[in-house]
Design a protein around this ligand. Structure first.
Ligand code: GLU
Length: 391
């Protein structure tokens, strides 16, 4: 079986570092094992998705150096298939049309958490004579489609969490196709992952409770169930789930702050994973070489911006000056696009080499390099070394 993984961001926001970490783990897993990484934009929520966000996410991936092998595919292009899968489940008796009226939905609120036989929507569907559901649908009556959760237990062997078991009676019959004909996440994701022959689903553990529902759908569609691995949550320094309350959370913000892409990949790779020895400062190739999902831990990881800066400083120090030239050039010209393109390569390399061991961000590096490469500020390197210590 060929190893196929996916990264399926929803383009409803920037490339959050948590999402980027998921992308990195999938990318490392694919690269380590000669697998294929599929990029899928989950844009079925038309109102909240935007092309601009899609572009930002793709730019962020490229900037980090995370290339993909197939895609980007757009989930919205598969809606006809999602619907066909939902109707196929109805035909197999594994899902049913729910013709509930607004009043019934209102009255059902009291049953929100019911499952098993206690579900009024299921009772109403089952009370109909055979064939009635097809007739009502053909007559144009609006309906949603619900998955009929069977009795029993749904279990899987999670790559990170080990054996996970859910009692099916904890899961109410859930909607897979809304009244407006749009698929819900659980249907669309299974339909797409099955279509794209995804072998391993590696994602955040905020999806743990979706997994039994998805496994039930795979089984009902008689499609092979992929292997699942759920990555630990990322927390802020206060132990709460990482969010903008903790400061910068998007990849763009860290880029603008002067973090090197390979330092950010290194840092994020260490959130929930370690190489098994005490290495911390690692090049991308070393990460690929050392990566395995067996070494991902269950315990949530803490995002420490201080450590990120430190790690970035280590990477600046160890990078050959020539590797930093294009990045510093960008930083120098960002405020002054006319200006510094002409700066001589050799001078830039020398200035970067002199400074890179003592800074922690690209920004600081550019600030210190700037006077060294200006004609009106020409210093001998030794003299410049002294000059920086002056205010
Ligand atoms: N679009 C979903 C998300 O971004 C994908 C989740 C999944 O990997 O199944 O959370």
């Amino acid at each position: 079986m060929s190893l196929r993984v996916r990264f399926p961001p929803s383009p409803t926001g920037f490339l959050h570092v948590g999402r980027a970490r998921t992308a990195i783990f999938n990318w490392l897993f694919a690269r380590r094992n000669g697998g294929t990484l599929v990029l899928r934009i989950e844009d079925t929520d038309r109102e909240r998705s935007s092309d601009e966000m899609t572009r930002t996410i793709l730019d962020g991936m490229r900037w980090l150096g995370l290339d993909w092998d197939e895609g980007p595919f757009f989930q919205s292009e598969g809606v006809a298939r999602h619907r066909a899968d939902a109707l196929d489940l109805v035909a197999r008796g594994r899902a049913y049309r729910d013709f509930s009226t607004d009043e019934e939905v209102e009255a059902d609120r009291a049953y929100q958490h019911q499952s098993g036989e206690g579900q009024p929507w299921r009772a109403r569907a089952l009370a109909q004579a055979p064939g009635i559901s097809d007739e009502r649908a053909a007559a144009g009556e609006p309906y949603a489609i619900r998955f009929h959760v069977p009795d029993g237990v749904t279990a899987w062997d999670d790559l990170v969490h080990g054996e996970r078991r859910f009692e099916n009676q904890e899961i109410a019959d859930f909607v897979i196709l809304r009244q407006d004909g749009s698929p819900t996440y659980n249907l669309a994701v299974v339909s797409d992952d099955a279509e794209m022959a995804i072998s391993h689903v590696v994602r955040g553990d905020d999806h743990l409770s979706n997994t039994p529902k998805q496994i039930l759908i795979y089984e009902a569609l008689e499609r092979p169930v992929p292997v699942f691995g759920h990555l630990p949550m990322i927390l802020g320094s206060d132990g709460k789930r990482l969010s903008s309350r903790h400061g910068a959370v998007s990849v763009e913000e860290y880029r603008d702050h002067g973090i090197l892409p390979w330092a950010l990949v290194n840092f994020l790779a260490l959130l929930g994973w370690s190489p098994g020895d005490d290495r911390e400062v690692m090049e991308i190739e070393e990460l690929v070489e050392a990566f395995s999902l067996e070494r991902v831990v269950k315990k949530s990881a803490v995002f420490d911006p201080e450590k990120l800066e430190w790690l970035n400083g280590r990477h600046l120090d160890r990078a050959p000056a020539a590797r930093l030239v294009p990045i510093v050039r960008d930083a120098l010209t960002s405020g002054d696009p006319e200006g510094r393109e002409e700066v001589d390569q050799g001078r830039l390399v020398d200035a970067i080499a002199a400074v890179k061991g003592s800074v922690r961000t690209v920004r600081a590096l550019a600030e210190q390099v700037d006077p060294l490469v200006r004609d009106d500020f020409r210093y001998e390197e030794k003299a410049a070394g002294k000059a920086w210590r002056e205010p």
